[in-house]
Design a binder for this molecule. Structure first.
Ligand code: AMP
Length: 214
């Protein structure tokens, strides 16, 4: 099962990706995590990507498509995967379509006013990438590996606003593209990740049921 998770920055894609991955045993390919890995290791890709990420802008398509293409060739992706944060524009969507066909495009729908609040209250574990919301429970350490949680530089309010602006400029084309491919599923973001996952999981189960009947 090849899944794309799509939605505005801070809509909860990362949390949903983890839940799907745990339940269905699929690897998560998060372009944001791949870039953060390159940045923390000071690789040439990381040095280049950082210039864009810290301003809330998209990393150029050539770099992004290349790292996704390389990652999807690896053995663990051959039976399916969850793409989190890719594609983000129509150019990337068309490039992905040339690489492989997607089974489910899950659009997590949330209002823009909600996003700002969520993004600035988000913390991430720098070691295991687990995501926490200070709106759920205030905590300073990861409940998985006990590392001190940090705020991503690009979760600061001015940067969040720019990320939302960039998202709004490109999202309609991507959604239309997957609608035309008949794989679009829209899920309303609920007040908690667990509640949103009920909707996500129902869509996945329906997909698997239909596939089993074929
Ligand atoms: P994320 O963790 O998905 O919010 O991504 C963090 C940042 O990485 C984004 O704000 C972009 O600067 C960059 N990034 C992640 N995915 C992509 C993508 N598909 N295309 C371009 N830039 C990306």
């Amino acid at each position: 099962m090849k899944i794309v998770l799509f939605g505005a920055p801070g809509c909860g894609k990362g949390s949903q990706a983890r839940k799907i991955s745990e339940k269905y045993n699929l690897p998560i390919i998060s372009t944001g995590d791949l870039f953060r890995f390159h940045i923390s290791n000071n690789t040439p890709i990381g040095i280049e990507a950082k210039k864009y990420i810290n301003l809330g802008n998209l990393v150029p398509d050539e770099i992004t498509i290349k790292i996704v293409e390389e990652r999807l060739k690896q053995a663990d992706c051959q039976n399916g995967f969850i793409l989190d944060g890719f594609p983000r524009n129509i150019f990337q969507a068309k490039a992905l379509d040339q690489i492989t066909k997607i089974d489910l495009f899950l659009f997590i729908d949330v209002s823009i006013s909600e996003i700002e609040i969520r993004a600035v209250n988000r913390r991430i574990c720098p070691k295991c990438n687990k995501i926490f919301s200070m709106l759920d429970v205030y905590r300073s350490n990861c409940d998985n590996c006990n590392s001190t949680l940090i705020q991503r530089d690009d979760d600061k309010i001015e940067v969040v606003r720019n990320r939302i602006k960039n998202y709004q400029a490109t999202c309609d084309d991507v959604i239309e593209f997957y609608k035309s491919k008949k794989v679009l599923q829209q899920i309303l973001s609920a007040e908690s990740a667990d509640a949103t996952f009920l909707g996500v999981d129902e869509v996945i189960k329906n997909y698997l049921k239909k596939k089993a009947k074929k």
